[in-house]
Design a protein around this ligand. Structure first.
Ligand code: ADP
Ligand code: MG
Length: 827
């Protein structure tokens, strides 16, 4: 059986964007500058997107294949002009349905939209101002984040059902999404099977009849009148040897423009009590009325340069696309908007950071840096030297540094940061070093003192919370400021920080929040273990201090995500591990092999080593997770490792910070052999003696997170192991586990992870600061880089968006910012 020609989709096919680009190219003098990346690649992309529309339209196909063959870049200007004029004249010929001999689609009667909207309303009005939306309905929309008319315009469908293919009844095929236009011969309510009410109808056209059943919907029988024309879209099944539509979408033909059938039909995110048909109707009316009234905030010049459609068209087509190609065109425009606005926001923050207050420019003191580096028991890796150079160059500037230092666990960030601390002190300033937990602060305190002390052990006069490092001509004073200090000691430390007697203060993030007055703070280093947000950076600035800022993270973040989360910081990457690091042997096991893992752990412990056991990820809540962790801990103590039960510790998110610190401390001191922990718990402690990391339910974690877990072992000189346990891994999960066994590069894994799971899931836990992207994908590197480049260019030419053609853009940006603040507050 052959299918009927795909009417509908072809008719609405639009050559308009292409024509606009060609005209732009003409106006720019044939320099191949109309689109970034050149006309050739634009043409190929455009044709391939449009190809699906061209099935039966031979004239169009001929043009398209000519377009594909063009090699514009290689032509001389004269030849380009010739080609362009010729192409434009083809386009003029094939424009419109008549040239193709296509019958206009009779199904769509464009009617002027009903006037459902009261006067005096604008896009920011509540949706209750739309006729047909009661406050009860509005509260259902609110659950989906839709409160204003604008929100409703941006409430995009999750997908579209392709109901554009209209076929005669006689040509219906099994299993395909198809649409028929038919007359109702009979329709009645019935009970079928065991008490299931339904509506059954026989409909037909001149080629034949077909049965239609709507389960659980006996009321429809009243709506369907005999002899009425109806459009049915859905899949056809076979029942008792006869074709039947089962619960298809339907629409009466007389009523209005088709929105449920006969086209690409939007499927919206649903919530309890929101009926899809009703949502379609409301969105359609709203879009019809309001989209044409949208003012486009993207400057015309930018739009035509990038070949982006107008906003009103993009919104319309995102909901009710005329064709697959138009849907993609709309999506591209809206995705660009999201990324572009995001980058503008990020760059504004960066500028604010730089322009806030003056900062002190340091002298680079190469002599001191060199002496320090020479005193280390190793030579810096190339990546360390490069990052250090970038940092020193920043510190020489009179504007505050804002830099992210990225590098895997063990890549040597602390050494680099310590050099910056030293340089700060050498310039007569104080430096602060913040860690997310007390225990990590203590760890940094020891490391920094050791590094600065060089070979001149011991560390001089020592108090538990501060120390002299006497190996320098003037002793350096390093303080440790943590919550658990005695009140008296804390006050003394505060006093010494305030009068400048302490050079380097190491503490928790509270360091910056507490009322600590530095005499002359020159540098803040934040070891963030992926948890120091944009808001805190802003808070730091708002305190009126603008020291240089260095943020360190051990999570390898793909560039696209880094540009988003940390776009306001410059980035240095240590992408090279010190030589001689051992790989953590990684093995993935399935449930019946669990015994192997359990036999392996005591062997390592007998050698004097320690092990982590990570409990499975449970999405429900911290409480549920804590309960599950407790159970697992008990099971392990009683059934699996009864001999070791005195030497096992448990760590979960429901414990008080002090309790957590205590358990971690015991594990670090070697008083515990096994640490059972939930994934939410920060296990960023350095335990060189731990050689086994067992991850339960490994198939539920992302690659990046697994890699983070793995980084907790292999920190000493002993051979270390990571065991990934999954009960019934899917095929895809098995592939990911295999990837973990093979790949040890965190950045590679992170890229894969982002591709596989998207940004929301990337960090394993919800991460504030990831913007709400509806159309854009962070894995779309090309579009993101484009948006970034455009944002940079724009801000260079008009830093405050003061030029009249950027008015609307400035407004849109302000609105975005407001939205983000609200989101941040509700987090
Ligand atoms: P990170 O902070 O990135 O996790 P650290 O700075 O703590 O890494 O370094 C991890 C370990 O490697 C430390 O023991 C450190 O002394 C050592 N180390 C750092 N840089 C080098 C290097 N270039 N060569 C050899 N060992 C190094
Ligand atoms: Mg570290």
């Amino acid at each position: 059986m052959t299918k009927a020609p795909p009417q509908g989709s072809g008719f609405n096919f639009q050559w308009e964007p292409l024509r606009k680009i060609l005209e732009l190219e003409r106006s720019k003098g044939y320099g191949d500058t109309a689109v970034i990346g050149g006309l050739d690649s634009y043409l190929r992309r455009w044709v391939s997107e449009a190809a699906s529309e061209m099935r039966s339209l031979t004239g169009q196909r001929a043009v398209a294949s000519k377009l594909m063959k063009c090699n514009y870049a290689s032509l001389s200007r004269g030849k380009r002009q010739e080609w362009l004029e010729r192409t434009l004249s083809w386009l003029a010929q094939i424009d419109g349905p008549a040239a193709e001999g296509q019958k206009p689609r009779t199904l769509t009667k464009r009617q002027s939209p009903r006037p459902p909207h009261e006067p005096g309303r604008d896009l920011s009005s509540a949706i209750t101002s739309i006729k047909g939306i009661s406050s009860a309905l509005a509260s259902k929309f609110q659950k989906l984040g839709v409160e204003t008319i604008r929100d409703l315009l941006y409430f995009f469908p999750r997908r579209h059902n392709d109901f554009a293919h209209i076929v005669p009844v006689a040509e219906l095929e099994l299993g395909e999404y198809q649409t028929i236009v038919a007359t109702v011969w009979e329709a009645s309510a019935k009970i079928i099977g065991k008490n299931m009410p339904c509506t059954e109808a026989i409909v037909g056209d001149e080629t034949g009849n077909v049965r239609v059943v709507w389960f659980r919907n006996p009321y429809l029988a009243k709506t369907l009148k005999v002899n009425q024309k109806v459009v049915i879209s859905g899949r056809v099944n076979i029942f008792k040897g006869q074709m039947v539509f089962e619960s298809p979408e339907y629409e009466l033909l007389e009523s209005q423009e088709l929105i449920h059938t006969g086209r690409l039909v939007p499927v919206y995110p649903s919530t309890e009590g929101l009926n899809l048909r009703r949502v379609r109707r409301l969105v359609k009316d709203t879009v019809d009325y309001w989209a044409p009234r949208l003012q486009d905030f993207l400057p015309q010049s930018l739009r035509s340069r990038l070949g982006l459609v107008e906003l009103s068209q993009a919104i319309q087509q995102a909901h009710y696309p005329d064709s697959e190609a138009m849907k993609n065109t709309a999506r591209r425009r809206l995705a660009f908007d999201e990324l572009f606005l995001m980058q503008l926001g990020v760059m504004e923050r960066k500028r604010q950071w730089h322009e806030g207050q003056q900062s002190h420019s340091f002298k680079a003191e190469h002599q001191i840096i060199q002496t320090f580096i020479d005193s280390l028991p190793f030579t810096l890796t190339g990546a360390q030297s490069r990052s250090l150079k970038e940092i020193v160059a920043d510190l020489e500037q009179p504007r505050p540094m804002g830099r992210l230092l990225q590098g895997e666990v063990g890549s040597g960030k602390t050494v680099v940061a310590t050099t910056a601390l030293l340089l700060t002190v050498a310039n007569g300033f104080q430096a602060a070093f913040m860690a997310p937990t007390e225990i990590l602060a203590e760890q940094h305190f020891k490391t920094v003192c050791q590094l600065l002390g060089g070979n001149n052990q011991p560390l001089g006069e020592e108090k538990p919370f501060w120390t002299y490092v006497s190996s320098w001509s003037q002793p350096l004073v390093v303080g440790l400021l943590v919550g658990s200090l005695k009140k008296k000691d804390k006050e003394e430390l505060h006093r010494r920080i305030a009068n400048g007697a302490v050079d380097i203060v190491i503490g928790t993030h509270a360091l910056i929040q507490e009322e600590v007055d530095f005499q002359r703070l020159g540098l803040v280093v934040v070891d963030e273990q992926h948890r120091f947000g944009v808001m805190q950076r802003a808070a730091l600035r708002e305190k009126g201090i603008s020291p240089h800022l260095l943020v360190m993270t051990a999570t390898p973040i793909p560039r696209t995500l880094a540009l988003t989360l940390y776009g306001d910081l410059d980035i240095s990457v240590i992408d090279e591990l010190p030589p001689g690091r051992q790989r953590v042997t990684t093995k993935s096991l399935v449930s019946h092999e669990r015994g192997r893992a359990y036999r392996f752990i005591p062997k390592e412990i007998a050698r004097g080593h320690q092990a982590f056991i990570i409990c499975p990820l449970i999405d429900e809540s911290e409480a549920v997770e804590a309960r599950a962790a407790n159970q697992e801990y008990k099971r392990l103590c009683q059934q699996v490792f009864p001999d070791l039960k005195e030497r096992m510790g448990l760590l979960h998110g429901r414990m008080k910070p002090q309790e957590k610190e205590k358990v971690m401390r015991r594990f670090r001191k070697g008083e515990l052999d096994i640490l059972v922990a939930t994934p939410v718990v920060e296990v960023g402690i350095d335990v060189p003696n731990a050689t086994v990391m067992l991850v339960e339910g490994a198939d539920r974690f992302g690659l990046s997170q697994l890699h983070q877990f793995r980084g907790r072992v292999g920190r000493g000189s002993e051979k270390s192991y990571c065991i990934l346990l999954a009960d019934y891994p899917s095929e895809e999960a098995q592939e990911r586990m295999a990837l973990m066994e093979r790949v040890h590069d965190g950045f590679l894994l992170a890229e894969e992870d982002l591709k596989l799971r998207g940004p929301g899931e990337f960090f394993g836990t919800r991460q504030s600061g990831i913007p709400d992207l509806r159309m854009a994908r962070l894995s779309d590197v090309a579009l993101l880089e484009l948006a970034r480049k455009e944002a940079e260019g724009l801000l260079q030419s008009d830093p405050d968006l003061k030029q009249p053609q950027h008015n609307l853009l400035a407004q849109e940006l302000a609105r975005e910012k407001e939205k983000r603040v609200v989101v941040a507050e509700s987090n």
